[in-house]
Design a protein around this ligand. Structure first.
Ligand SMILES: Nc1ncnc2c1ncn2[C@@H]1O[C@H](COP(=O)(O)OP(=O)(O)OP(=O)(O)O)[C@@H](O)[C@H]1O
Ligand SMILES: [Mg+2]
Length: 625
C-alpha cells in the first residue's frame, strides 16, 4: 500500500491534468446515469399512453422522487406524445455522445499520465543508478538492475493506469448508487448485501497474487541476468561448447518464471468469478423482492426497471474495480522493486559542506589507510607520500592491491580506516566532481563504448576538436591503425570495442586519457597488451605527457616502470615493502630484486635493451639523414 501511494505521488507534477481527468470522470458519471432517469420517464410516459398527466406518477409509488425530471421533460417538450418520445431519444443520444467524448479524454489522459510516469521513473532510476557508488555496482547483478529499470517501470505504468481507473470508476458508481437509493433505498440495501461477502476472498486472492507476482518479478530479473551474461560471454560460451547447456539453463529459469506467472494468473482468474458470484447474491435477492413488490402494486414496473438498470450498471464498474484489485496486486511488487532501487543511497557522495578539491600542488598522502571490501583487509596501515609532479611506479604480485590503490585515489571506495589527503585536504571532504576532474584513468581492462573510435577518444574531453583527437591518437601510437579501419575515426567499435584488438583498445583508452589533459594520470597496466616496440612508443608518449604531471603507473613488467622517479613495491604478504628508485630498490628490496631477476634476461632487460637498440638505430638514421 505504501508503495502504491508512492507510485501515486509520482503523478504530483501532473496534478492539474489529474484535475481535468477527475472532472471528466465526474461528468462522465453524470451523463452515464442521466439516461436511466430519462429512460424511466420514457417508460412511464409509455405506460400512461402518452398522457401528459404528470400527477399520475405520484400514484406509481416510488417514482415521485424523479417527478421533477418528468415535469422538466413535459415543460420542455410539451404533452404531444411523439414530440416527447423523440425528445427523450435525442437527450439519450446526446448523453451517449458526451459520454463518448469523456471516455476519449479519460483514456487519453490516463495513457498520457501513466506513460509520463513510466518515463519519469526510468529517467530517475537510470540517473540514480549512474550516481550510485562503484561498491554498489560491484555487488549488483546487471540483469536485476536492467529488469528493475525496464520491466518494473513498465509495470509501474500499468499500476498508474489502474490507479486512474480507481479514480474513474467511483463517480460512475456513486451517481448510479444515488439514483438507485432514490428509486428505492430498501431494495438497494438488499442489492448491496453481497458486497461485504466479497471482502474476504478479495483480501485472500490479492495477497496470493502479490506473493506470486513478486516471485515472478525476481525470476524475470534472473532471466535478464542470464541473458546479459550469456550475450556478454558469447565467445567463452562457444569456445567451451556450452551453447546447449546455457540454453537449458536459461530454459529452466524461464520455466520457473512461467510457473509463478501461472500461479498468479490462476488466482487472478479465480478472483473475478468468485467475487462476482458473491456480489450477484444481492442481485438475485433484488429480483425476487422487487418482482413481489411490483406484483403487489407497491412499486411501478418502470421504477423497478429503472432500478434494475441502475443496479446492473453499477455492477459493471464495481466488477471492473474488483478485477483491478487483482491486477494491482500483480503490479505493486514492481513498484516496490523500482522504489527499493531508488531508495538505495550511494555511499560515496559529496558531504553537505564539501569544498572544491584544490588543484594538486604539493603532495598526495595516504595516512594509515586500510581497505576492506568485506572479505578481510586488502591492506592495513598503508602510508605513502607522493609529491606533485612525481612519476610513481607500482609493482607487486597479482591481487595484492595495486588497482585498489588507484581506486582509492579516485574515491571509488573510501578507506575503511585512515585517510587520503590531497594537499592536506581529506578526499572525503571535497566535491567528487572536482576531485575526479583532476584525474585521467586508463583502467586495467580498457572499456570502449559502442560508438565510433572518435567518440570513444572524445570521452576524455567532451567537445574536443578532430585535430585534438588525432593528436591524442598519434601520441598513443594508434593513429596509423585507426586510419586503416574501414571508416577511419568514424568506425564503430562494437560492444565494448569487440571489433578491435586488445592492444588497439588499450591505446584508444590511452589516447582518451591523453586528451583529458588532467594533472594526475593513473595508468593501470595501460601498456600490458602491447608488443615491446609499440609499448615503447606509447611509453615515450606517456613519459612526455607525464612531465609536470603526477603519474601513477601500475605494471607487471618492470621495464615499464624502471624509469619512474620512485617505485612502490608491495610485498607478497601485503602492504608496502619499499618506495625508492629502481637502482636503490635493487639494493634494498628483496621482493623487487626477486621480481627483477625473474624478469631480466627474458623480460625487462630484453625490453630495455631492445629500446636502447631502437633508439640508437633512430639516432643513427637521423645522423645519416
Ligand atoms: N570490487 C571488489 N570487491 C571485492 N574484492 C575485491 C574487489 N576488487 C578487488 N578485490 C580483491 O582485493 C584484492 C586486491 O585487488 P586488486 O585488483 O587491487 O589487485 P591488483 O594488485 O591490482 O591485482 P592485478 O595485478 O591482478 O591487477 C584482491 O584480492 C581482490 O580479490
Ligand atoms: Mg589490478
Amino acid at each position: 500500500m505504501r508503495y502504491f501511494l508512492r507510485a501515486l505521488r509520482l503523478m504530483r507534477p501532473y496534478v492539474w491534468l489529474l484535475g481535468v481527468y477527475v472532472v471528466c470522470t465526474i461528468f462522465a458519471g453524470v451523463v452515464n446515469a442521466a439516461p436511466v432517469a430519462v429512460g424511466k420517464a420514457f417508460l412511464e410516459h409509455l405506460q400512461r399512453g402518452g398522457s401528459g398527466d404528470v400527477g399520475l406518477l405520484g400514484a406509481m409509488g416510488t417514482g415521485d422522487r424523479f417527478r421533477w425530471v418528468d415535469e422538466w421533460l413535459v415543460a420542455w417538450f410539451g404533452t404531444d406524445p411523439y414530440v416527447f418520445l423523440y425528445g427523450i431519444c435525442a437527450i439519450i443520444v446526446l448523453c451517449v455522445a458526451l459520454k463518448g467524448l469523456c471516455d476519449f479524454l479519460i483514456s487519453f489522459l490516463a495513457a498520457w499520465i501513466s506513460q509520463r510516469m513510466q518515463v519519469d521513473a526510468v529517467e530517475r532510476l537510470m540517473n540514480h543508478v549512474l550516481a550510485l557508488d562503484i561498491g554498489f555496482h560491484d555487488r549488483r547483478k546487471m540483469g536485476d538492475l536492467v529488469s528493475r529499470m525496464v520491466g518494473d517501470t513498465t509495470c509501474l505504468k500499468v499500476t498508474a493506469k489502474l490507479a486512474l481507473e480507481f479514480i474513474e470508476k467511483p463517480p460512475q458508481i456513486v451517481f448510479l448508487v444515488v439514483m438507485a437509493l432514490l428509486l428505492n433505498w430498501k431494495l438497494f440495501l438488499i442489492g448491496a448485501v453481497g458486497l461485504p461477502l466479497v471482502v474476504g476472498p478479495l483480501l485472500t486472492f490479492t495477497r496470493r497474487i502479490y506473493k506470486h507476482a513478486l516471485r515472478a518479478r525476481v525470476q524475470a530479473a534472473d532471466m535478464s541476468q542470464d541473458m546479459l551474461q550469456d550475450l556478454a560471454g558469447m565467445r567463452t560460451v562457444h569456445a567451451y561448447e556450452a551453447v546447449k547447456a546455457e540454453g537449458e539453463n536459461f530454459n529452466r529459469l524461464a520455466e520457473k518464471f512461467f510457473k509463478s506467472s501461472m500461479r498468479m494468473a490462476r488466482n487472478r482468474a479465480l478472483l473475478k468469478p468468485i467475487s462476482e458470484l458473491l456480489m450477484m447474491t444481492g442481485g438475485i435477492a433484488v429480483f425476487a423482492v422487487g418482482s413481489t413488490w411490483v406484483l403487489k402494486g407497491e412499486m411501478s414496473l418502470a421504477a423497478f426497471g429503472a432500478f434494475l438498470a441502475a443496479l446492473s450498471m453499477c455492477y459493471n464498474p464495481l466488477r471492473g474495480m474488483l478485477s483491478s484489485f487483482g491486477e494491482l496486486a500483480e503490479f505493486v511488487p514492481s513498484a516496490e522493486r523500482a522504489f527499493e532501487l531508488l531508495d538505495t543511497k550511494p555511499r560515496i557522495v559529496d558531504a553537505p559542506d564539501a569544498i572544491d578539491c584544490p588543484v594538486l600542488r604539493k603532495e598526495i598522502v595516504f595516512e594509515k589507510v586500510a581497505l576492506d571490501y568485506g572479505r578481510g583487509p586488502v591492506f592495513r596501515d598503508l602510508d605513502l607520500r607522493i609529491a606533485a609532479g612525481e612519476r610513481i611506479g607500482i609493482v607487486g604480485r597479482t591481487g595484492i592491491g595495486k588497482s585498489t590503490l588507484l581506486s582509492l585515489l579516485l574515491r571509488f571506495y573510501d578507506p575503511t580506516e585512515g585517510r587520503i589527503l590531497l594537499d592536506g585536504v581529506d578526499l572525503r571532504t571535497v566535491k567528487l566532481a572536482t576531485l575526479r576532474r583532476q584525474m585521467a584513468l586508463v583502467t586495467q581492462e580498457p572499456f570502449l563504448f559502442h560508438t565510433s573510435i572518435e567518440e570513444n577518444i572524445r570521452y576524455g574531453k567532451p567537445g574536443a576538436t578532430t585535430d585534438e583527437i588525432v593528436a591524442a591518437a598519434k601520441a598513443a601510437a594508434v593513429h596509423d591503425e585507426i586510419v586503416q579501419q574501414p571508416d577511419g575515426y568514424k568506425t564503430i567499435v562494437g560492444e565494448r570495442g569487440v571489433t578491435l584488438s586488445g592492444g588497439q583498445r588499450q591505446r584508444i583508452s590511452v589516447a582518451r586519457a591523453i586528451l583529458r589533459n588532467a594533472p594526475i594520470l593513473l595508468l593501470d597496466e595501460a601498456t600490458s597488451a602491447l608488443d615491446s616496440s609499440v609499448e615503447q612508443q606509447v611509453q615515450d608518449a606517456l613519459e612526455r605527457l607525464s612531465e609536470g604531471r603526477t603519474t601513477l603507473v601500475v605494471a607487471h613488467r618492470l621495464g615499464t616502470v624502471r624509469t619512474a622517479d620512485r617505485i612502490v613495491v608491495f610485498s607478497d604478504e601485503g602492504g608496502i615493502e619499499a618506495v625508492a628508485p629502481h637502482g636503490e630498490l635493487l639494493e634494498t628490496s628483496a621482493t623487487y630484486r626477486r621480481l627483477w631477476e625473474r624478469q631480466s634476461g627474458q623480460g625487462a632487460e630484453s625490453v630495455a635493451a631492445e629500446h636502447e637498440t631502437r633508439r640508437d638505430g633512430e639516432r643513427l638514421r637521423r645522423t645519416a639523414e
